[in-house]
Design a protein around this ligand. Structure first.
Ligand SMILES: C[S@@+](CC[C@H](N)C(=O)[O-])C[C@H]1O[C@@H](n2cnc3c(N)ncnc32)[C@H](O)[C@@H]1O
Length: 335
């Protein structure tokens, strides 16, 4: 497949598939791009739909969606033919497709093959036709998130990259901030922070040497990143030196257990209260919501200022991102 020409103007109704919790900020980013590039912008439960008229580059740069699709409407073959002339398919050479598990799959596969001269190749496709809520969409392989951004080493419990992008956005990282992920795993959060937080100093720690090896494999994506083996219950950092924490804590499912978390969460919250700067901010993603709330409330001088409810693809997990800051009194004490 030839690379996508991101700078030639195209026109299509497009579907940006995101995840609950990330849709609202993605919607805002689309409104910020606004007319004439994007019009008719609306959201669904887990996507943003809009009429695109212009180059793809600003859309390809957005980080809060996973799959980019063309909305097919009632006549998929006609829509895709038109897209080949003036739409997204005019700036890439799509030849192979697949159709997902949806009603009328076989008939649609035959229509696309005969109407467009494409090859049905579920193992190696450029276009993936899927039902996304009420919309039938043709997802464009070269614009999947995994193809828009560099490949990364991953662990079974690695954060979904769209949710990592949301956590990092919520952290509001400033240039020169010291940013810590104390449960860094393969360092998905820090890779995202490196991509969007120019100038920040990025620090990752984890107890597991295997996780640190995966983080090491991703180190080229984290310029100047520093990694250490450390228990988040006893962080090897001085008091009040961390500006931002972005992390995906053990949920007690794939990593650790609820019993382990009963001791780990309060101990980590106490350490967070120690290492965070006066105006520090932590964004903690976890499914252990009751325990997280209780641990932060019990840690001296911290409070949850916001909870954003999330879901992983397929709705398997329902974590939240908790934004934690110092209480006003603690801020005065640490100044
Ligand atoms: C949900 S995973 C983080 C995944 C990571 N965000 C990524 O994208 O790869 C949780 C991580 O916490 C680490 N962990 C578990 N207990 C820990 C502890 N007491 N101190 C530090 N790290 C711990 C695990 O080794 C695991 O890598």
């Amino acid at each position: 497949m030839t690379p996508v020409d991101l700078d030639r103007p195209v026109a299509d109704r497009v579907h940006l598939a995101s995840l609950p919790g990330a849709v609202e900020p993605l919607l805002q980013q689309c409104h910020d791009l606004g007319a004439p590039l994007l019009t008719g912008i609306r959201r669904t439960a887990d996507a943003v739909v809009a009429d695109l008229a212009g180059p793809l580059r600003p859309i390809a740069a957005l980080r809060l969606y996973a799959a980019f699709g063309i909305v097919l409407g009632d006549d998929p073959v006609a829509t895709l033919q038109r897209s080949r002339e003036t739409g997204v398919l005019s700036v890439l050479d799509a030849q192979r497709f697949r159709v997902g598990e949806l009603p009328g799959r076989r008939a649609l596969t035959e229509q696309l093959a005969s109407g467009l001269g494409w090859t049905n190749d579920p193992g190696d496709y450029d276009v993936n036709v899927e039902q996304a809520g009420r919309e039938l969409v043709a997802q464009v392989g070269p614009l999947f998130r995994s193809r828009r951004f560099p490949a990364m080493a991953r662990l079974p419990a690695s954060a979904n990259p769209v949710l990592a992008a949301l956590v990092v956005k919520l952290a509001k990282i400033r240039a020169d901030d010291v940013v810590l992920d104390p449960f860094c795993g393969a360092a998905t959060m820090l890779v995202e922070a490196a991509a969007v937080g120019a100038g920040a100093v990025l620090v990752g720690s984890d107890v597991d040497p295997g996780a640190l090896r995966a983080a090491g494999a991703n180190a080229p994506l984290i310029a100047g990143g520093v990694f250490a083996r450390a228990d988040a219950a006893h962080l090897p950092y001085a008091d009040g030196v961390i500006d931002r924490v972005v992390t995906n804590m053990p949920f007690g499912k794939l990593v650790g257990s609820h019993t382990t978390n009963l001791a780990l969460y309060p101990a980590f919250a106490a350490e967070l209260g120690r290492v965070l700067r006066a105006d520090g901010r932590a964004v903690l993603m976890t499914e252990e919501k009751t325990l997280l709330n209780r641990s932060v409330a019990d840690a001296r001088g911290l409070k949850v200022v916001r909870e954003v409810k999330l879901a992983t693809p397929g709705g398997e997990l329902h974590p939240s991102a908790f934004v934690v800051e110092r209480t006003r009194a603690a801020r005065r004490r640490h100044r």
